[in-house]
Design a protein around this ligand. Structure first.
Ligand SMILES: Cc1cc2nc3c(=O)[nH]c(=O)nc-3n(C[C@H](O)[C@H](O)[C@H](O)COP(=O)(O)OP(=O)(O)OC[C@H]3O[C@@H](n4cnc5c(N)ncnc54)[C@H](O)[C@@H]3O)c2cc1C
Length: 223
């Protein structure tokens, strides 16, 4: 193997998703000159996600580096049940794959760092990584960020002898011709038919005309 400046890094992050993105933000905050390589097999960064969180869940020590993540922010949200509706005064934020990808690209667009897309990693060890097209990279530290399914030995729910719950949901981001009635997110609107499990609607109005609507079902597994 030929070792060059283009193949040696401080950190190689395998898989370009949420975990790798947050690591890039935090490493670059603590060590601005760190040379980082992120290798993602997809053609764009992070897939197609919307990730949301309560600001109050963020520990104080993470606020500095997390500030470089672009987010859409609300100072409160609402929850609705039959005969009851409440505004919860807790800040809530969302980010998307596109927004995280933009922040990661900005930070890796520096001398010595790199984002490699369309590259499948076939082997990852503590300080070296190989891709399917024959490239070989070395680093002081390799972090496997390929997500739970790619790396876990867990055989899944059928191997666990306990009663599990589930949540399934379908979301769509829609452009409206008129204004959505409120600028507040709705984290749970359960004023819908409740046959066969707990059913609710989740709404994020990114603007009054661009809204993410998600329908969610939760229940206990019969297994
Ligand atoms: C409590 C909870 C709440 C959640 N809420 C949300 C939510 O609100 N919205 C939402 O979208 N999701 C939600 N999720 C699911 C969420 O998508 C995942 O938790 C999150 O995306 C995991 O990030 P990750 O970086 O670990 O993995 P991933 O996002 O799966 O990223 C892994 C990346 O590695 C890449 N990769 C895999 N194998 C290779 C390889 N061999 N070579 C190169 N690249 C490879 C993949 O292409 C992928 O881009 C939730 C999960 C939990 C547990």
């Amino acid at each position: 193997m030929q070792v060059t400046n283009e193949t040696v890094f401080d950190y190689v992050l395998v898989g370009g998703g949420l975990q790798a993105g947050l690591l890039v933000l935090s490493i670059k905050h603590e060590q601005p000159s760190a040379k980082i390589l992120v290798i993602e097999r997809g053609e764009q960064y992070g897939g197609n996600h919307t990730w949301s969180f309560h600001r109050s869940d963020i520990p104080g020590e993470a606020e500095g580096w997390l500030s470089s993540l672009p987010t859409v922010d609300w100072d409160s949200y609402q929850v609705c049940f039959p005969g009851f509706q409440s505004r919860v005064r807790l800040p809530y934020s969302s980010t998307t794959s596109e927004m995280l990808g933009r922040a990661v690209k900005n930070l890796l667009d520096e001398e010595g760092s790199r984002l490699l897309l369309n590259a499948e990693v076939v082997s990852a060890h503590f300080n070296e990584v190989k891709t399917a097209d024959g490239r070989h990279f070395v680093a002081r530290c390799v972090i496997d960020c390929r997500g739970q399914h790619a790396t876990s030995n867990d055989k899944g729910p059928s191997s666990i002898n306990c009663k599990l719950g589930y949540q399934k949901f379908y979301g769509a981001e829609i452009e409206l011709e008129g204004d959505w009635p409120t600028s507040l997110p709705t984290l749970m609107d359960a004023r819908v038919d409740q046959t066969d499990g707990f059913h609710f609607i989740y709404v994020l109005p990114f603007t009054r005309r661009r809204v993410l609507v998600e329908e969610s079902f939760a229940g206990a597994s019969r297994a």
